[in-house]
Design a protein around this ligand. Structure first.
Ligand code: ADP
Ligand code: VHF
Length: 366
């Protein structure tokens, strides 16, 4: 089998028990499977939850804390317990883990985004196992990834993974929550995540997890849109991850065919950038950028809102509302000048053929 790059996400419910302890047997099982996957010469990146779930007991909380400061304090304790356990267990296989704690801000800042990409690449080249979690202790509520399912999807797109494996406490996605509906039917394969499916998944998860199946579906949708096929399910034994990539996993495969990866610049524009203004385009330009794969030219822009600089990301509006976002080649002032000249008969002669406003490689539809 060709060498693959696999992101494995393990949820809190698969690593810890309800009492707030690492479940040593299941933990060892995951580590064996990760080692087997690496041993088969694949590149592996682990997104591990469990910091809050493994830490709350040491702080004297009876259950997973609900306050932000409680969760952040629990994560501070639990994250080090988790990494200590990974380091010890992985050393039996001569694998060195590398902890990476990310916040949403690390992705929205372009240079930090590029740095994170380079660092993960270097760790993989050197044969280490990157272990990623959200930096819960400092993450501000409005500025989080939402949950680790979404973080794992964004990481998979970012490093152009061949597959995202989301390990959880249930063997896949059902048409309703099987814990409350005994007649729920399991999906073995899904082409894509539809709106109806999103409705069928509720947000109830385990006592230690967050988001339930809904967050996994939203994450799977994101991963697929970034060109990465997804598996959601469970398994036991050291070969479980190898079996999953061979197509024999106990769970649901999503978009298992070949998908078009999207380049890192466009991923950043789509999912991480903050917009600094708005550009309004006419119908001809709307059709050109939406359906004919063209760049946006100055002639199609008739209004600009906000103040932005060359290189900033803006929202593009058409006749029917928001069309997408893209990186501009002009400042807002330069664009306003262009529009003024075009609308003024006496100044129109000053217009010279110019660059596109947004190049098609720096543009993403919503
Ligand atoms: N349609 C569904 N199919 C499968 N599981 C579902 C569905 N809707 C809700 N769930 C629940 O989602 C849970 C997994 O979510 P969660 O506890 O957040 O996992 P993790 O800790 O692994 O991230 C399952 O145990 C199940 O109870
Ligand atoms: N970053 C948090 C996990 C958040 C999360 O998404 O948890 P889960 O639903 O168990 O994957 C932690 O380590 O506790």
């Amino acid at each position: 089998m060709r060498k693959k790059r696999i992101v494995v996400k393990i949820g809190s419910s698969s690593l810890t028990n309800d009492r707030g302890e690492i479940d040593q047997d299941r933990f060892a099982d995951h580590v064996h499977a990760l080692a087997a996957l690496k041993g088969a010469n694949h590149e592996v990146i682990l997104v591990s939850s469990g910091a809050v779930a493994a830490g709350f007991r040491s702080l004297g909380y009876p259950a997973r804390p609900v306050t932000v400061k409680g969760r952040q304090a629990a994560a501070a304790v639990g994250q080090s317990l988790l990494v200590q356990s990974y380091t010890e267990k992985l050393s039996e296989f001569n694998i060195v883990p590398a902890q990476i704690l990310l916040t949403r801000g690390d992705f929205s800042d372009r240079s930090r985004y590029r740095n994170a990409f380079a660092t993960i690449g270097e760790l993989l080249d050197r044969g280490l196992l990157p272990i990623i979690n959200e930096n819960d202790t400092v993450a501000v509520d409005e500025l989080t990834f939402g949950d680790n399912d979404m973080l794992s999807a964004l990481v998979s797109g970012f490093i152009h993974a061949d597959m995202l494996i989301i390990l959880t406490d249930i063997n896949g996605l059902y048409d309703s929550n099987p814990r409350t509906n005994p007649d729920a039917k399991k999906f073995d394969y899904l082409e894509d995540i539809t709106k109806d499916l999103l409705k069928s998944a509720d947000e109830t998860g385990s006592k230690v997890g967050t988001g339930g199946m809904k967050s996994k579906l939203l994450a799977a949708k994101t991963a697929v849109s970034l060109g990465v096929p997804v598996f959601i399910g469970k398994g036991t034994g050291k070969d479980k991850l190898l079996e999953i990539i061979r197509g024999n996993g106990d769970g649901t495969y999503i978009a298992n065919g070949t998908l078009d990866p999207i380049n890192t610049n466009r991923q950043w524009i789509a999912f991480h950038s903050e917009t600094s203004g708005k550009v309004y385009v006419d119908q001809g330009a709307e059709e050109a950028i939406l359906y004919r794969g063209k760049s946006l030219l100055p002639a199609g822009v008739f209004k600009v809102k906000g103040n932005f600089q060359k290189g900033d990301v803006v929202e593009v509006y058409g006749v029917n509302g928001l069309l997408g976002r893209g990186e501009v080649t002009y400042s807002s002032q330069e664009l306003r000048d262009l529009i003024d000249k075009r609308n003024d008969d006496e100044k129109r002669y000053m217009l010279i053929p110019t660059l596109e406003v947004i190049h098609r490689n720096r543009w993403v539809k919503v």
